[in-house]
Design a protein around this ligand. Structure first.
Ligand code: OSB
Ligand code: MG
Length: 370
């Protein structure tokens, strides 16, 4: 594979509903859309999941744009690579910046799948033909508003509910949701808002039959999560702390979690995401696919990833219509009444990119050629 041309576009896309977590509030996404071209008329699409600020991760739209235009895209067009599976090696000299790398790497996977006329999920070795879908509900202005959102998503068929918590907005939210929905598969995500000294409070969550507590402690911690997990019966799921398959191995060896959330951007692309899935599968740790409020291209890549065998729990990949008035892919991602997504049968990501819409939403553009 030889990439000859990389096109980057930053598009601005307003969310239908603001999304709030313990690390901040998002109302509009600034998404970098990647298009790669080879010399033979092949193309592939990727999306950068970096936020508009460095609060979830140190990466953000500006840092990703800079590192993609100045370092990563020039490396990608400089020489041929054996296949999409070796693109991460091309970027290895650049430290970190995994979301920027993943945007380009996933575009190369799409290109390879399209040129071989295969759905991306099949090229990756996926076996699931129906993916269980859950929702992540942000912090709401009132508890009543939260209960209303939960009811709405359950009526739509979603298979599990995740609510965001933060100090001062935790136990009473769980108590309220459990009061109305005693049996619903339910979990909480703290986005690193607690410390080990909060263990007594977190232990209170054990009584509510939660599927898991996602990332309670620091974003870069593994060791203290292991101490906390020993004090909890509820499984800990790590998100922010897992940036590679080595992190996953260390977390599992230390007993820091019993579940892992895999995000393509956070681990640097599809090749590394597959390695994380493999480490977890070999150690009996279930995984699920996390979300980063993706537009359609990122959402389509998440669907392909979720077909791997280890993805045995419902993920945060849900319908386009929960986020956007109009997505940038056609058709939009839809969820069946039983809360599932069917991976598409067309080549590559299996969704058509609405090029006119992308162009209309573009705030800046860069082209990098060999
Ligand atoms: O912690 O999983 C998270 C969104 C942005 C950043 C971090 C997270 C999230 C979500 C939303 O929970 C998942 C989604 O609906 O895409
Ligand atoms: Mg999370």
């Amino acid at each position: 594979m030889q990439i000859r041309r990389v096109e980057l576009r930053e598009i601005h896309l307003a969310l239908l509903h603001p999304f709030e977590t313990s690390s901040g509030r998002t109302t509009e996404r600034h998404v970098i859309v990647v298009r790669v071209e080879d010399g033979d008329g092949g193309e592939g699409w990727g999306e950068c999941v970096a936020d508009e600020n460095p609060y979830y991760s140190e990466e953000w739209t500006e840092s990703a744009w800079a590192v993609m235009t100045r370092f990563l895209a020039p490396l990608l067009v400089a020489a041929p690579v054996a296949s999409a599976g070796s693109v991460d090696g091309v970027f290895a000299h650049v430290r970190g910046n995994r979301m920027a790398k993943a945007a380009l790497e996933t575009a190369c996977w799409d290109l390879e799948a399209r040129s071989r006329n295969l759905p991306l999920w099949q090229l990756l070795g996926g076996s699931r033909i129906e993916i269980a879908s859950g929702v992540s509900i942000g912090l709401q202005p009132t508890t009543d508003a939260l209960l209303e959102r939960v009811r709405h998503e359950l009526e739509a068929g979603y298979q599990r509910i995740k609510i965001k918590i933060k100090p001062g907005h935790d136990l009473e939210l769980v108590r309220a949701v459990r009061g109305e929905f005693p049996e619903v598969p339910l979990m909480v995500d703290a986005n690193s808002a607690y410390r080990l000294r909060d263990a007594a409070l977190l232990r209170e969550l054990d009584r509510w039959n939660l599927m898991m507590i996602e990332q309670p402690l620091a974003h870069d911690d593994i060791a203290e999560h292991a101490k906390l997990q020993r004090q909890l019966s509820t499984p800990i799921c790590l998100d922010e702390s897992i940036r590679s398959s080595d992190d996953a191995r260390h977390a599992i060896e230390l007993g820091a979690c019993r579940i892992i959330n895999i995000k393509l951007g956070r681990v640097g692309g599809l090749t590394e995401a597959r390695r994380v899935e493999q480490v977890c599968r070999e150690n009996g740790i279930p995984v699920w696919c996390g979300g980063m409020l993706e537009a359609g291209i990122g959402r389509a890549h998440n669907i392909a990833l979720s077909t791997l065998e280890g993805f045995s729990l419902p993920g945060d990949v849900s319908a386009s219509a929960r986020y956007w008035e109009e997505d940038i892919i056609d058709p939009p991602v839809t969820v069946s009444p039983r809360g599932t997504i069917f991976p598409p049968s067309g080549p590559g990501i299996g969704f058509a990119v609405k090029r006119d819409r992308v162009e209309m939403l573009t705030a800046r553009k860069a082209v990098i050629e060999a």
